[in-house]
Structures are given as C-alpha cells and as structure tokens.
Design a binder for this molecule. Structure first.
Ligand code: SF4
Length: 257
C-alpha cells in the first residue's frame, strides 16, 4: 500500500499488486472481523462459523447436510434453501440412504422451494450415488484434499464453488471459496488483475497470501466477504460508512470525485 501526498493510504498499483495483497488481506480481515464477527458468532456455532447446518446430530450427517445445502444454494438465496432443507428434515430425508431411495418426484417436491428443483434433483441424486459408491463419509474424510476436490468435481452438477463450499465447511479443508462477491470486492479494492484470474488461480493466489490460511480462518473469511457484500459492497455499493473505504480504490474515487 503506497501513500499519497496527504498521507492517505492509496489503493495498490498493478505493479505492486502481489506485494500489497498479503498486508491488505491482513488489514481487511481485522476491519471485517470488527464489523461482522459479532453477527457471525451470534448466529453460528463456534466450531463451524457462518455456514448453517442445524439438523444433523453427528459429524457425518452434518457434512452431508452441508453438501446438500451447497447444491441447493446454487442460483438462489439461502432463505429458499432453508425451506427445502426443512422439508427434507420433516420427511426424515436428510440422509444419504434415504435420498438415494426416494423417487425423483418425491425429492423434487421436497426441494421445490430452492428453485430449479428438477435440475437440483438430478444433482442431489448424483451426489448421493457417488457418496455411497465411494464408501461414505469415513472414506471421503480420509482422502487428501486435492483428490477429494477432484472426486467432487467429477460429480454431475458440482462446480468449483460448490465443491469448495463442501470442502471448506463440510470437510474443513483450507480452501478459498471464490464467488461473485469475492471478485467484485477484490476489483473495487484495486486488485483488478487478481479479480480477473481464473477460479483456481485466484483461489490459490488468495490462499498463498492469507495471513492465517487455516480452515476455520478461511471459513470465517468467506462469511465475512458475503456479509460485507450484503451490507455495503452491493451491486450499487454503499461506500458511505464502509469499513474498507479508507483503502478502497473505488471508495476513494467517490470521495475525490
Ligand atoms: S468502499 Fe465502496 S466499493 Fe469499496 S469495499 Fe466499501 S462499499 Fe465496496
């Protein structure tokens, strides 16, 4: 981060962008934690920050519930996912074997609130069949992260973001989840070159520059980015009062312009 004549911290130039990334992430984390951690901690269990998974009673069930939620949340908001998960829970269907045995019609009806329910029915059936064929949670939990990610990506309907949601929040592996919020925030802060990277390169770049790249830290990071994108850095950003404005290229342009 370089400084202007008035001493104000300026957004990084493209040449220094990689040097600036780690300190900027460290600064951002402290600001975002200050702004949102109370909200996150108040609403989600300390051992699994931010991603909601409230029905399963044991770890294998919870990981499967997170995997189901990660598929259901594709192209919809979480409120609709909650309704679909509640239907599955009411029908005692948040279970690998039960979903595998359900007819497509019954499953589709249960997950209808999540939208695109016929497509998601096929995806859940594929995920469930692969889960059983692999040998279940115990076998999957023993897999090395790269192999587990490749296994997830080979399942019909599981893309990179969905796979990384499952890896991070379910299997507690240290990966960055990249979504549209992440790219938008990085671009506005002044990291346009990084924001334009392909998914895997961007995820690896952020991982390499994150001060504490543990699964729990990264789980909180994704939650912080999403909370910030909803609170301030929306499609039409609300820069006034934003906790990141001081070092945000876009936000500073609004001050100067
Ligand atoms: S200052 Fe504006 S553009 Fe920058 S992070 Fe905050 S809301 Fe987003």
């Amino acid at each position: 981060m370089h400084r202007t004549k008035k001493g104000m911290a300026a957004a990084p130039s493209e040449t220094s962008v990689f040097d600036s990334l780690a300190p900027c992430l460290e600064w951002m984390e402290s600001r975002l934690v200050e702004a949102y951690a109370g909200h996150i901690d108040a609403h989600h269990p300390a051992d699994m920050p931010w991603w909601p998974a409230g029905y399963a009673q044991d770890r294998p069930g919870r990981v499967f519930e997170i995997a189901i939620g990660a598929v259901l949340t594709q192209n919809t908001n979480w409120r609709n996912v909650e309704k679909a998960l509640a239907n599955l829970a009411r029908g005692q269907a948040l279970d690998v074997e039960v979903i595998d045995a359900l007819t497509d019609e019954t499953l589709a009806e249960m997950i209808r609130p999540s939208g695109f329910y016929r497509i998601k029915t096929r995806r859940l059936k594929s995920l469930t069949a692969a889960w059983i064929e692999a040998g279940g949670y115990g076998v999957l939990a023993e897999m090395e992260t790269r192999a587990l990610r490749a296994w997830l990506l080979a399942i019909h309907g599981v893309g990179r973001e969905t796979a990384d949601d499952i890896l991070l929040y379910g299997f507690e592996r240290p990966v960055w989840v990249i979504d549209a919020y992440t790219r938008r925030l990085m671009e506005r802060l002044g990291f346009a070159r990084i924001a334009a990277m392909s998914y895997d390169v961007l995820a690896a770049t952020l991982l390499a520059h994150t001060p504490v790249p543990t699964a729990s830290s990264l789980a909180r990071w994704h939650g912080l980015v999403v909370e910030h994108a909803k609170a301030y850095c929306r499609v039409r950003p609300m820069c006034e009062g934003c906790p990141l404005r001081e070092r945000c290229e876009y936000g500073q342009r609004q001050v100067l312009g």
